[in-house]
Design a protein around this ligand. Structure first.
Ligand SMILES: Cc1cc2nc3c(=O)[nH]c(=O)nc-3n(C[C@H](O)[C@H](O)[C@H](O)COP(=O)(O)O)c2cc1C
Ligand code: FES
Length: 651
């Protein structure tokens, strides 16, 4: 138990002194992405190999948080050289230990290599994916075993808390956060310092602080990575916030589907209590603060702050009208401050390095960095942290390395399910809260889904509106009915029942749903519809007027048939069709029974390209199948039959 900042500093020096004697460190990403591709076995293999080689005293092996390059996991970094190996398997481990740990040689086949651009990078910092980022929040993940508080302390952890408690008044902490220009990373982008000030000034003895770790956006996983990889950074931010606001109890609301995040934040809280960063008289300052973890059941709407508060109180998670804002009447009616995971993780940096340092990054209206989860049709899927103001083009092409399989970029969807789609003409847009809104999208919590030329934008709108319809709590009728009606019209359009006037009706519905809904779920629900109409209106028109889906996505507008002149009766499509729609048979030209076909496209995908017999069409009628008697193929034998040999006479 630490009783003063001096004791904390002494402990840090002791940890660092012990570490200097360590010869080497092997850090293996143990984030959810890398665990899914076998990181646990890689960690076991390193532990076994290091023990076998008698190096246990000299080499430290640890599982760490996610550094972001999930596409190439499991990721291994060897320090002090910072040699970075990608897609490591247990089989590679003996070679890494023999070559890199013992001989300081690089295993070339495991380092980053881009064959197209002929770029090779041995060190983490030189890999283009990382080189173009500014990783203030997730940069430490690969250096930290999230289950060991000493790793966080070695990097200066909890020094911001000591500074806040012993060198600053609560008002000064609020002032510094205000001056930094930090805006909430949970979606709305509200200035954090102003919110803190309101909660601090709100009358009442009992106040609460809350970490919103609900993260329900499809495709988003940046909060999970911070929770799993560097939980103490969030706790430190939360304790500082509690001190600034005058709260003595805090909650971390994490969705149940994040088991590793729940485990790591639980371990971090226990360790912080043991060391004296939580509980009574923190670091001898006289300030008391406790944290509890609550598990959310996975409803998207429970991420909305007023719904989250009710859920924490054990009631159904339904948003309520504001005001009163949580800052004056939150949990159990007490002043409450809710911030997103990433917002809290920014606080120690601001307090430690100062608002002026923080303000150097970002744009005039959006300061600092932002983590995005870059997913979809992009070569480098993963988490990227860039200064606000980085362009979409840099994020997608310099960091994400562009679109795979030689396809063309079509759009990027930002801001989660209620975000908007941005087309190619806006690729040079500098990403910050305000610029995204101008383009018809939002920052949201940082989801970024890249789409290529094969994506149907009407179907994209239908997909997100369907998600929102399912997740709407149903409390207010504009959201409940408006989103449902938008889904009905969009479904009709994608299934060939679109009619004149549908686009205008969608626009009208979207506008009224957005205006009249109770919470931001309904208020932002128009975004996927309006942004796709704004930038891709022609696709809507093609679907409605020509009953055609140019990207062959909408199954209701696409048909498949087999060209009798090209079919060789190979029977592959016949075997693979799950709806029994291919009428095949040995030596019989196949055809597709249109009454059974659900246009899944499997026959098209499996038909060997050398035959190209399955034809995909949209907006056209399917040709009639050939008559039954014309279906027989007389196959030519590839190997001529040998002439029968006369029986040899016995000698
Ligand atoms: C439907 C809906 C879901 C939301 N989900 C989240 C979420 O998962 N995480 C989050 O931090 N904020 C979420 N928000 C935003 C919160 O209501 C709130 O603005 C945020 O937690 C405040 O923190 P910040 O100021 O740090 O952004 C959601 C909002 C809505 C309308
Ligand atoms: S989970 Fe390992 S790099 Fe993201």
């Amino acid at each position: 138990m630490l009783n003063s900042p001096a004791e904390l500093e002494q402990l840090r020096q002791d940890i660092l002194a012990k570490r200097k004697s360590n010869k080497a460190r092997i850090s293996i990403c143990a984030g959810a992405g890398c665990l899914a591709t076998g990181a646990a076995k890689v960690i076991d293999a390193f532990n076994a190999e290091i023990a076998k080689e008698g190096l246990s005293g000299e080499v430290e092996v640890k599982g760490t948080g996610c550094p972001g390059f999930c596409e190439r996991g499991p990721i291994v970094v060897l320090d002090p050289e910072e040699t970075c190996y990608l897609r490591v398997t247990p089989k590679d481990v003996p070679e890494i230990v023999a070559q890199t740990v013992k001989e300081k040689q690089v295993v070339e086949r495991l380092v980053y290599f881009d064959a197209v651009k002929n770029v090779k990078a041995v060190h983490e910092a030189d890999i283009p994916f990382y080189k173009n980022q500014e990783r203030n929040i997730i940069g430490n993940n690969i250096k930290i075993d999230p289950k060991r508080i000493d790793d966080y302390l070695a990097l200066g952890g909890y020094s911001a808390l000591a500074k806040a408690l012993f060198q600053m008044t609560p008002e000064q902490v609020v002032g510094e956060v205000k001056k930094s220009g930090l805006r909430g990373r949970g979606g709305g982008g509200f200035p954090t310092g102003i919110k803190w000030e309101a909660a601090r000034k709100a009358p009442g003895e009992t106040k609460y602080v809350i970490v919103n770790a609900d993260e329900g956006d499809p495709g988003a996983f940046m909060d999970r990575a911070v929770l799993e990889g560097n939980p103490h950074s969030i706790l430190e931010g939360l304790i500082i916030g509690a001190y600034a606001i005058g709260a003595h109890d805090g909650y971390v609301y994490v969705r149940q589907e994040y088991p590793l995040a729940l485990e790591n934040i639980g371990v971090a809280i226990m360790q912080a209590q043991e060391y004296g960063f939580l509980g009574k008289n923190i670091l001898g300052s006289g300030f008391d603060f406790n944290i509890r973890v609550n598990r959310g059941a996975g409803a998207f709407v429970c991420g909305e702050e007023t719904a989250l508060l009710l859920s924490l109180e054990g009631k159904p998670g339904e948003p309520r009208a504001r005001p009163p804002y949580p800052a004056t009447s939150g949990l159990w009616g007490k002043p409450t401050n809710i911030n997103n995971v990433e917002t809290w993780a920014n606080i120690p940096l601001i307090v430690d390095k100062g608002a002026d340092w923080y303000g150097q990054s970002g744009t005039a209206s959006s300061k600092g960095t932002k983590i995005f989860s870059l997913v979809g049709k992009i070569k480098n899927t993963g988490l990227v942290e860039v200064p606000m103001g980085a362009t979409l083009r840099d994020i997608i092409y310099k960091i994400g390395d562009g679109i795979p399989n030689g396809k063309k970029f079509k759009a990027v969807q930002t801001g989660g399910p209620a975000g908007g789609c941005i087309p190619e003409e806006h690729l040079d847009l500098a990403v910050d809260f305000d610029e995204l809104i101008k383009a018809g999208a939002i920052m949201g919590s940082g989801g970024m889904i890249v789409m290529d030329e094969d994506t149907c934008m009407v179907d994209v709108a239908r997909y997100f509106v369907n998600f929102l319809a399912q997740e709407s709590c149903g409390k207010c009728s504009p959201c409940r009915e408006g989103i449902k009606q938008m889904r009905r019209i969009l479904t009709d359009i994608t299934e060939g029942r679109g009619k004149e006037g549908d686009i205008e009706l969608l626009e009208e519905l979207a506008m009224s749903t957005g205006k009249a809904s109770l919470c931001a779920l309904g208020r932002t629900a128009p975004n996927p519809v309006l942004s796709t109409i704004r930038h891709f209106r022609h696709e809507y028109e093609t679907h409605i007027k020509e009953k055609r889906c140019p990207s062959f996505t909408c199954q209701g507008l696409v048909s498949y048939y087999i060209d009798p002149a090209k079919c060789t009766a190979c029977r592959i499509c016949d075997r693979e069709c799950s709806s029994d729609a291919v009428v095949g048979g040995k030596n019989l030209i196949h055809y597709v029974d249109q009454t059974k076909c659900n246009a899944c496209g499997t026959c098209f995908e499996v038909c060997p390209s050398k035959f190209g017999a399955v034809i995909r069409i949209t907006g056209e009628d399917v040709p009639a199948p050939i008559p039954e008697e014309a279906r027989i193929i007389v196959r030519q034998r590839r190997v001529p039959k040998k002439e029968p040999q006369p029986a040899s006479s016995a000698p």
